[in-house]
Design a protein around this ligand. Sequence first.
Ligand SMILES: *[C@@H]1O[C@H](CO)[C@@H](O)[C@H](O)[C@H]1NC(C)=O
Ligand SMILES: *[C@@H]1O[C@H](CO)[C@@H](O)[C@H](O)[C@H]1NC(C)=O
Length: 326
Amino acid sequence: MMKMFITLFFLCHAASAVKHSLKWITTGISGKTNLPEFVVTASMDNVDLWHCDSTKRELEPKQEWTRKLFKFRPELLQFHLQRCLFNQQFFKAHMDVFKQRLNQTEGSHILQRIGGCEWDDESDEVKGFEQYGYDGEDFISLDLKTGTWVAPKTQAAVIKHSWDADKERIKYIQQIFMSWFPKFLKDYMPYRRSFLQRTERPSVSFLQKTPSSPVCCHATGFYPDRADLFWRKDGEEIHEGVEKGQILPNHDGTFQMSSELNVSLIKHEDWRRYDCVFQLSGLTEDIVSMLDKTQIQTNWDGLEKEESSSGGSRASQEEFSLAENS
Ligand SMILES: *[C@@H]1O[C@H](CO)[C@@H](O)[C@H](O)[C@H]1NC(C)=O
Ligand SMILES: *[C@@H]1O[C@H](CO)[C@@H](O)[C@H](O)[C@H]1NC(C)=O
């Protein structure tokens, strides 16, 4: 019954209208640094799609589905790579203008531009944006509706004046973010969707910091982020002494989640009456792990087992001696 409810809930969730975004973040660095002079990161709904930088001069997909997209549609890869490299020349020119206007002859400076669009998939409304930041502060942005540059800082006034006069460029930027970008975004959707329909099972483990700490049931590596993790006693879900964590993203696009159980009042012989249950949308069977002392990964193990060969234990041993010394 529980599972049925969850599945329906997830379907409702997936069907609701959402705003999607596609952004290009361009960063230019002047002066002597170890960083590439120029980096572009494209992101969709705040997840990186690909990178391109001045040292590699290639487009590096950051998601499995963008890798596939570029494989099946090499013309898209070529197009974006050309745009990325083309952008670089413009950016260098902008950087020189900014430095000149601000009387900066040396030192390292950072110019960043965020350009893109937001699209509401229900109303089909599109909002475009282009903003420049210089040395970490908002500097100048284009109001795409009125086609005028907005400069909150007085130092940017001269730049605003000359950029406002360039009507051709403003029209071009409006075209890119109001027309091209929404097209790209809609074009990407089916590729991402087919990829998002996958399910990945997590690994579930028990962790405990000290003998008196709660036991943490930790599931990591699952996909999608519609999941639940809870504790049961004799097969019934319990809430007392339980602290449930949020679903958090991993770097590889999967997710993790944990739930803690306060075991301080549980008698040794009662431990096996408890289990931790993980449920994932798209996965028909639950992953059930019985609470078992021998299966708990602990931090204090390293202290007991001298000369342990495991790196993890040695690390925790160091942690403990550090804690003792401070
Ligand atoms: C830049 O330097 C010139 C000449 O030294 C000076 O006239 C001008 O006011 C300076 N501009 C800024 C923004 O500091
Ligand atoms: C666990 O439960 C005991 C007894 O109710 C309580 O004293 C202790 O503070 C709890 N520990 C945590 C970490 O909540």
